[in-house]
Design a protein around this ligand. Structure first.
Ligand code: GAR
Length: 214
């Protein structure tokens, strides 16, 4: 069995992915569609959410993937929540943690445990328009091209080394919803591609520069 790039795949040691979600889960759905192919090189072994009742959790359950919910409101403060989130993810022994529409910042304990093997999807061309409203902020600024970024998570807000980006043109009649939908089409393809390559080929981070390889 070979990957699309011709490398042999050891299906017995596919990369264990844990996906963190907060909402619709379209990125999660794309990963769940990809991981059924053993040649993909990665499989989703757990899904962790910061809130109950979201579509992303239903998608995981429909796919037979174990889930956990760690809601901030159930904990006395953010530090305790962060410890609980860290433990909830650690249960699945991930090789790679993917923040796919996870709308909370992770704290020091989480970074200490999973730093360097954590990817975040963001709906803008970083370093422009970080934060929770990347699509809205780009539209309000009036850019003609925006897009999506996959970054390695660091302690800042969407400030980690960039792994891959795709540009998406802004149309004259775009509103936030229409622009975000087009970005999400590009984002899903990028996420599936990058996670698969990182699993099969490895990902090297040297300062702010990243490349696939070992
Ligand atoms: C995605 O566009 C992702 O980039 C964004 O939330 C959306 C989640 O969609 N994340 C952020 O804005 C994080 N700052 P999904 O739930 O359908 O995968």
């Amino acid at each position: 069995m070979q990957t699309p790039s011709g490398q042999p795949v050891d299906v017995t040691s596919s990369t264990r992915l844990v996906v963190l979600v907060s909402g619709a889960g379209s990125n999660l759905a794309a990963l769940l569609a990809a991981h059924t192919d053993p040649a993909y090189g990665a499989r989703v072994v757990g899904v962790v959410a910061d809130r109950p009742g979201i579509r992303a959790l239903e998608l995981a359950q429909e796919a037979g993937i174990p889930t956990a919910v760690v809601s901030l409101k159930d904990f006395p403060d953010r530090a305790v929540w962060d410890e609980a989130l860290t433990e909830a993810v650690a249960v699945f022994s991930p090789d790679l943690v993917v923040l796919a529409g996870f709308m909370k910042l992770v704290g020091a304990p989480f970074l200490a445990r999973f730093g360097g093997r954590m990817l975040n999807a963001h709906p803008a061309l970083l370093p422009s328009f970080p934060g929770a409203h990347g699509v809205r902020d780009a539209l309000a600024y009036g850019v003609k091209v925006t897009g999506c970024s996959l970054i390695v998570v660091d302690e800042g807000v969407d400030s980690g080394p960039i792994v891959a980006q795709v540009a998406v043109p802004v149309e004259d009649d775009d509103d936030e919803a229409s622009l975000h939908e087009r970005i999400k089409v590009a984002e899903r393809a990028l996420l599936v591609d990058v996670v698969g390559r990182a699993a099969r080929e490895g990902l090297v981070v040297e300062g702010r520069r990243t490349r696939f390889g070992r």
